[in-house]
Design a protein around this ligand. Structure first.
Ligand SMILES: [Zn+2]
Length: 128
């Protein structure tokens, strides 16, 4: 019976996939756009807890660049591994380097630990 259910599910997915994909992609893009807009708005008003400077868009760019570099290093080190990563650091203070995670519910930043969430992400990758 479970085999028949799996075959039925596969057939349903194959039939509806061309219908579902064009709907899902724009929805995901819109959600990501809204998230980044909230992130930029919060960075424009948030004062660094360490130095008092406004984080600004540069802090988001720094965090994105660091994340991209982290991913590039992982791909280089483990070329045939598929990663399941969780990103925590969303802003890095351009003045003092303190790392912040973004609390979407409260629309503010929360200072992360010394590892900045990257160590947690690394734990996940080594288990995978
Ligand atoms: Zn700072």
């Amino acid at each position: 019976m479970p085999r028949i259910a799996a075959i039925f599910l596969a057939i349903v997915l194959l039939v509806f996939l061309p219908v579902i994909i064009p709907v899902i992609i724009p929805v995901v893009a819109l959600l990501d756009h809204a998230y980044r807009k909230r992130l930029r708005a919060a960075a424009g008003t948030f004062a660094c807890l360490s130095c008092g400077g406004i984080l600004g868009l540069e802090s988001i760019r720094l965090a994105d660049a660091q994340w991209d570099e982290h991913l590039r290093e992982l791909r280089e080190k483990y070329p045939s591994t598929r990663f399941r990563l969780v990103r925590h650091v969303r802003a890095i203070c351009p003045a003092c380097g303190v790392r912040y995670a973004f609390s979407e519910r409260e629309r503010t930043f929360v200072q992360t630990g010394a590892g900045g969430g990257l160590s947690a992400a690394h734990e996940v990758t080594t288990k995978a």
